[in-house]
Design a binder for this molecule. Structure first.
Ligand SMILES: Nc1ncnc2c1ncn2[C@@H]1O[C@H](COP(=O)(O)OP(=O)(O)OP(=O)(O)O)[C@@H](O)[C@H]1O
Ligand SMILES: [Mg+2]
Length: 255
């Protein structure tokens, strides 16, 4: 991995991370109570999450594991405000996001969530720098401020020498690091990652995990990561299992 520069708050420009929330560092960042979610297929109802309750504190690094189809992505998408629960409470930084309108939820998501996908989801026609700049289009930053912040964030993930490359000119591991830069460029409250190492070789996976650990340890970012890889889960300090739509066991990971 190219040598990344130190991750510090100094890279944050003014005007970001100041979105008002009922944030209280003493209460959990994520408070889920009696959460239910089902999908409808034709006239069939498929229950997916069944009475989930969960607290995640500020600054935790949590791994979520469980069999395929157990509802991990569904839970992550609810927490990230991509989907809405059928019922239950879904408080994040003091705000029950299940009660927001679609528009308010989209705004909330843009300000608070950094999402990392298994297959990177970069825009193929944009360079690495332009991909990382994209979430900043929704902010009040000027073009030069956006460029500067995106460049600093790419330097954080060790890709300052790849800024003008298109995704097709980058390795999988490099593309995922661009995707991480895109996820953190807005200084989100929460980083969620759905199998971020699922498509990577072991070496690149280790780079990505090391980066997530640094974001957690060095700047205190709260990270929630779905993984099928027990080894990847060791990067987290807490391990949660989801099985048949229920959080069945909870134990400390290594670290
Ligand atoms: N949009 C949808 N419409 C209908 N059913 C869905 C939808 N999304 C997910 N499901 C169903 O919900 C269940 C849980 O899916 P989910 O993607 O959350 O599982 P997962 O734990 O992430 O699995 P994997 O490890 O394979 O990614 C599955 O039975 C799936 O088929
Ligand atoms: Mg999934």
């Amino acid at each position: 991995m190219d040598q990344p520069v130190a991750i510090t708050h100094a890279a944050e420009p003014p005007g970001l991370g100041t979105v008002a929330t009922a944030m209280d560092a003493t209460s959990p960042l994520i408070e889920i109570r009696a959460l239910f979610k089902s999908y409808r297929r034709g006239d069939q109802i498929i229950p997916v999450l069944n009475d989930i309750s969960l607290d995640i504190a500020h600054g935790e690094f949590t791994a979520l594991m469980g069999p395929s189809g157990s509802g991990k992505s569904t839970l992550l998408n609810l927490i990230a405000g991509i989907d809405k629960p059928d019922s239950g409470q879904l408080r994040i930084a003091g705000l029950d996001i299940s009660r927001l309108s679609e528009t308010a939820l989209a705004d909330w998501r843009a300000a608070h969530i950094g999402f990392i996908f298994q297959f990177y989801n970069l825009m193929p026609v944009l360079t690495a720098l332009e991909n990382v700049e994209l979430p900043l289009m929704l902010t009040s930053l000027s073009r030069s401020e956006r460029r500067e912040r995106a460049a600093l964030t790419l330097a954080m993930v060790g890709l300052d020498d790849r800024m003008d490359h298109y995704p097709s000119e980058l390795s999988g591991g490099q593309q995922q690091r661009v995707a991480i830069a895109r996820a953190i460029v807005t200084d989100p409250t929460l980083i969620v990652a759905d199998e971020p190492t699922g498509d990577l070789d072991r070496r690149s996976a280790e780079d990505v995990l090391a980066l997530l650990r640094r974001l957690n340890e060095e700047i205190g970012k709260t990270v929630l990561m779905v993984t099928h890889d027990a080894n990847a889960a060791k990067s987290a300090r807490r391990l949660i299992h989801l099985d048949k739509g229920e959080l069945s066991t909870e134990q400390s990971g290594q670290s």
